[in-house]
Design a protein around this ligand. Structure first.
Ligand code: AMP
Ligand code: GLY
Length: 425
C-alpha cells in the first residue's frame, strides 16, 4: 500500500513509526512531516490547505490511503475533497468533524441524545452570556465555540474570572472561534481520554490514556497541548469502558448517522469520571497528542489493517490487541512554551536516549546545518514501557536524562496519579 500521512507533530511521528512497521506498506509519504518522520517516510512539500493540490499528488503517486493527523484540515473538509476525487481517507468529513470544530454542536447533540455531559448554555452576545454566568455563579467554565488551539477554555473559579473570559471571547481574543460561547457547569472527578476507531456505523474501543495539560509539576500553571501521557488509564476499568460506550459513544454514532454525518476516523472522548460515572467534557475527531504516542507503543496489531477497516466500513469484523505493559511519554518543550518558544537551540543525545525499547518521537524539530534543533513549543516525546506505571516512568526519565539540550524543559511528575495509586497498594 502507498500511504500519505498529513501532519508534522509527535502524534504523526508515532503514526508514521507504526505504519512503517506494517507488512502491507510499500511506500509512505508525509506532508509536511519533520526530521523524525523523515526516518520513516519520504517528506513532501504540499500546501495542506490546498485540497486540490493534495488530491493531484495522491492521484499522481497512486496513493491508496490518506491518514490525516491534525484537526485543522479535517474541519476544513480535506476528507470530503479527497473522497470526491476518489481517494480513500482515514478521517471524518467536515460535517462529522463538527464534533470537535463546534463545542455548541456537540452540546446540542448531547442534549438531544441524552448523553451525560455538563449542563450548559450557548450564547452569541455578551449580555445574555453575562446574565447566565451571574445566575449560575462560580466555579463555571467558559469556552469559545470554535477551534482555538486548546486555548479557548477558561475554568473560572471566581465570577470575576468568568466575566473576564466572556469579555475576551466577545472582544475577539479567539477570532471567529469566540464569536459564540458555551458556558458550562464545572465538573468534578478524574479526567481520562478514551479513543474509538469508527467507520460511520461501528465504534471500536481503541485504548485509554491520561494526559497532563498544565505546564508545571503538580498540575500548576497555564494549559498546554499536553506535557506527557500514559496508557492505559487505570480509572477506565472494563465496566467504565462499557458504560462509556453505551451512554456516550454509541448514541453519538447513532446521532451523527441520523444527522446525515456518519462519523468515521478517531473519536477521542475527553471524559470526567465521577462517582456517578463518565461525563463527556469534549470530543476531538483525531488522535490525542501526546496520547497517540503511548497508544502506538502498546498496539500489538498492524495499524494499517485497522485504518483500512475503518476507511472501508469493516470495523464490525475487527478486534484490537494491546501489550499488557503501561506506556508513558514525557514531553520535552522549548523554553517559553506554552507562550512563544525559543527556536533554533541544538539538541544532542537523541540516539543515546532511544535504546532498550525507548522511542523518542519528534514533535517540533528541524535540521539546521546538519544539527538537530528545536523548532516548536513541544519538541520531543520520550516514550517508554514498563510492567507498572512507575517502571515506565523510571525508564522514560532515565532516557530523557541522556538528552543534552539545556534550552529544553519537562515536567518531572508525568504519571503521578497512577504512581501514587500503585504505591498505595
Ligand atoms: P477542553 O479544551 O474542552 O478539553 O478543556 C480543557 C480542559 O479544561 C479540560 O481538559 C478540563 O481539564 C477542563 N474542563 C473543560 N470543561 C470542563 C468542565 N465542564 N468542568 C471542569 N473542567 C473542565
Ligand atoms: N493532548 C490533548 C489533545 O490532543 O487534545
Amino acid at each position: 500500500m502507498r500511504v500519505l500521512l498529513i501532519g508534522s507533530g509527535g502524534r504523526e511521528h508515532a503514526l508514521a513509526w507504526k505504519i512503517a512497521a506494517s507488512p502491507l506498506l510499500t511506500k509512505l509519504y508525509a506532508a509536511p512531516g519533520n526530521p523524525g518522520i523523515g526516518q520513516e517516510a519520504e517528506l513532501v512539500t504540499l500546501d495542506i490547505a490546498d485540497h486540490a493540490a493534495v488530491a493531484r499528488f495522491c492521484t499522481e503517486k497512486k496513493i491508496d490511503l490518506v491518514v490525516v493527523g491534525p484537526e485543522g484540515p479535517l474541519v476544513a473538509g480535506i476528507a470530503d475533497d479527497l473522497r470526491a476525487a476518489d481517494i480513500r481517507v482515514f478521517g471524518p468529513s467536515r460535517a462529522a468533524a463538527r464534533l470537535e470544530g463546534s463545542k455548541g454542536f456537540t452540546k446540542d447533540l448531547c442534549a438531544k441524545y441524552d448523553i451525560p455531559t455538563a449542563a450548559y448554555g450557548r450564547f452569541g452576545d455578551l449580555a445574555s452570556a453575562r446574565a447566565y454566568v451571574e445566575k449560575m455563579g462560580a466555579p463555571i467554565v467558559i469556552k469559545a465555540d470554535g477551534l482555538a488551539a486548546g486555548k479557548g477554555v477558561t475554568v473560572a473559579m471566581t465570577l470575576t474570572e468568568a466575566l473576564a473570559a466572556l469579555d475576551a471571547c466577545f472582544e475577539g481574543s479567539f477570532g471567529k472561534a469566540g464569536a459564540e460561547v458555551v458556558v458550562e457547569e464545572f465538573l468534578v472527578g478524574e479526567e481520562a481520554s478514551f479513543f474509538c476507531l469508527c467507520d460511520g456505523v461501528t465504534a471500536l474501543p481503541f485504548g485509554t490514556a491520561q494526559d497532563h495539560k498544565r505546564v508545571g509539576d503538580g498540575d500548576v500553571g497555564p494549559n498546554t497541548g499536553g506535557m506527557g501521557a500514559y496508557s492505559p488509564a487505570p480509572v477506565m476499568t472494563p465496566e467504565m469502558i462499557d458504560c462509556t460506550m453505551r451512554e456516550i459513544v454509541e448514541p453519538t454514532m447513532r446521532g451523527m448517522a441520523e444527522l446525515g454525518a456518519p462519523f468515521s476516523g478517531v473519536l477521542f472522548a475527553g471524559l470526567m469520571i465521577s462517582d456517578k460515572g463518565p461525563k463527556l467534557i469534549e470530543y476531538n475527531t483525531r488522535f490525542g497528542d501526546p496520547e497517540c504516542q503511548v497508544l502506538m507503543m502498546r498496539l500489538k496489531d498492524d495499524l494499517l489493517v485497522l485504518l483500512n477497516a475503518a476507511a472501508d466500513g469493516q470495523l464490525a469484523h475487527t478486534s484490537v490487541r494491546w501489550r499488557d505493559e503501561t506506556a508513558l511519554t514525557v514531553v520535552m518543550a522549548a523554553r517559553g512554551y506554552p507562550g512563544t518558544p525559543e527556536k533554533g537551540s541544538v539538541i544532542r543525545g537523541v540516539e543515546e536516549a532511544a535504546r532498550d525499547g525507548v522511542e523518542v518521537f519528534h514533535a517540533g524539530t528541524a535540521i539546521n546545518s546538519g544539527a538537530l534543533v528545536a523548532n516548536g513549543g513541544r519538541v520531543l516525546d520520550i516514550t517508554a514501557t514498563g510492567g507498572t506505571v512507575g517502571e515506565a516512568q523510571k525508564r522514560a526519565y532515565a532516557a530523557l536524562d541522556r538528552i543534552d539540550w539545556p534550552q529544553g524543559f519537562c515536567r518531572r511528575d508525568i504519571g503521578w496519579q497512577a504512581v501514587a495509586r500503585e504505591q498505595a497498594r
